[in-house]
Design a protein around this ligand. Structure first.
Ligand SMILES: [Zn+2]
Ligand SMILES: [Zn+2]
Length: 459
């Protein structure tokens, strides 16, 4: 990437649309591009929607709301469509908080108008996932009108749906355009804004995981993509108090960071720049809640707590004198049968997927573990420096507290047993090297998980 372009992308004041322009040749050796065509994050962005539809010759959009988002933006949007003589159809899911499951997909399809030529989802996480999935299956484009800065999936191209009580990620498509009107975003409840910020703060631990993985497993890493995410992340963390007061600039920075994190995933070709060990913990907690039929907790709320836990674990790791010889000896005694029995108990109906993954990649095989321990040992000084660059766990916690957000596993109903278990097994959901696998490799999982749990009890 030429230096001018790089400077624009790393400048906090650049228009987010700069990230969408063509394909960028990068020093990392890859071309980076994103499929989104237009992003409007500003006051009155909603008024750019109809000009966008007209400019792109859409004849009849199908709007999807839920009861909450209809109440928030339904009248406004429908008036705009009528005033502009823009044809449309519309469906309101009869729930204030729908779940992205088979029922909701069926509900949308039953009410779908066949003469529509695009879908406009009006909402945040669930509506966005459903619209992205249904439009993809119908083979028509989709556009999102964001109503809350609550999660970083706006620019994503996959749809996590709950099918047969199990969260499964389905292929879908990226939105053609995102409209995020700050006056709508501002009226979102504080817990949703705090969840969006929790999802963003998770980038601290995930970028740390990614950089260490690059050293230990030679995984692809792009410093420019990491720097783009980091810059937007720092804009948000330096404006926590402004966000707590719902200042326009702070809300815009949060939304920018949420959308940029999706663009960074497109750039990297996978979710590495946006999801690490903190997300694995969150996914495992979410699965357990689904199995047990418990009320779901917002994604970003869990990620925020996962971030404190992961950063605290990194701090504890740094404070230790690590016995690499002992770790190598322990790695050799790994028992696959015992491990499979543990997975069957921990992942219930999802266990086969986890076991198949391990059979394919062998991340827990003694020879792979020992190879990584050797790399950790040889590069420990460099790795320690990366870890030392993280903000303190206490800092993340104080930020979440300033937003009135849950700042401990107990606050969202996670007990000691589930917390310790999640440290041991959450990493099995993906083959993604990071904090949780490092603890496993060094045979420190249980010891450190207990200390992190203690940390939450004491503060
Ligand atoms: Zn790159
Ligand atoms: Zn997330």
């Amino acid at each position: 990437m030429n230096l001018d372009k790089q400077a624009i992308l790393l400048d906090g004041n650049s228009d987010i649309n700069e990230y969408l322009k063509g394909s960028l040749g990068c020093d990392c050796g890859r071309e980076h591009s994103a499929a989104i065509k237009q992003i409007e994050i500003k006051e009155n962005a909603i008024y750019s929607l109809i000009p966008y539809l007209k400019a792109n010759s859409y004849r009849r959009p199908f709007l999807i709301f839920d009861k909450t988002t209809y109440k928030l933006a339904g009248d406004l949007l429908i008036n705009l469509f009528n005033e502009a003589n823009q044809a449309f159809s519309c469906h309101v899911i009869e729930s204030p908080e729908p779940v992205p499951d088979e029922w909701a997909v069926g509900d949308i399809l039953i009410h779908y108008d066949n003469s529509s030529d695009c879908i406009i989802g009006v909402g945040s996480g669930t509506i966005n996932d459903l619209s992205r999935f249904v439009s993809f299956r119908l083979g028509i484009p989709y556009i999102i009108v964001a109503t809350a800065p609550s999660m970083d999936g706006y620019a994503s191209n996959v749809a996590p749906l709950i099918v047969n009580h199990l969260k499964t990620t389905y292929e879908a498509q990226t939105a053609h355009a995102i409209f995020a009107d700050s006056s709508l975003l501002k009226s979102a409840p504080m817990n949703m804004l705090a969840a969006g910020i929790g999802d963003i703060l998770g980038k601290y631990s995930c970028l740390c995981d990614w950089e260490i993985a690059h050293i230990v497993t030679d995984e692809y890493y792009c410093p420019t993509v990491a720097a783009i995410v980091k810059r937007s992340l720092e804009a948000v963390s330096s404006g926590i108090h402004a966000a707590a007061a719902k200042s326009n600039d702070a809300i815009r920075d949060v939304m920018n960071a949420l959308v940029l994190s999706g663009i960074a995933m497109s750039y990297a070709g996978n979710s590495r720049p946006a999801s690490g060990s903190e997300h694995h913990l969150s996914h495992y907690w979410e699965m357990t809640y689904l199995f047990e039929g418990r009320k779901p907790v917002l994604h970003g709320t869990k990620v925020g707590i996962g971030t404190i836990a992961v950063i605290r674990a990194f701090e504890l790791l740094l404070s230790r004198k690590i016995d690499f010889d002992k770790a190598r000896a322990a790695a050799s005694s790994f028992d696959m049968h015992e491990w499979e029995a543990d997975m069957t108990e921990s992942f219930r109906q999802a266990a086969p997927t986890v076991i198949v993954l391990e059979r394919q990649v062998g991340k827990n095989n003694p020879e792979n573990v020992i190879r990584r321990i050797n790399k950790l040992e040889a590069n420990w000084n460099e790795i320690a420096k990366i870890i030392a660059g993280l903000p303190a766990a206490d800092k993340i916690r104080s930020w979440l507290r300033a937003l009135g957000a849950a700042d401990s596993p107990m606050a969202i109903g996670i007990d000691r047993k589930l917390f310790i278990k999640s440290f041991a097994v959450a990493k099995e959901l993906r083959n993604r090297y990071g904090l949780l696998q490092i603890l496993f490799d060094l045979s420190l999982t249980e010891e450190i998980a207990e200390e992190v749990w203690e940390y939450f009890q004491q503060n």
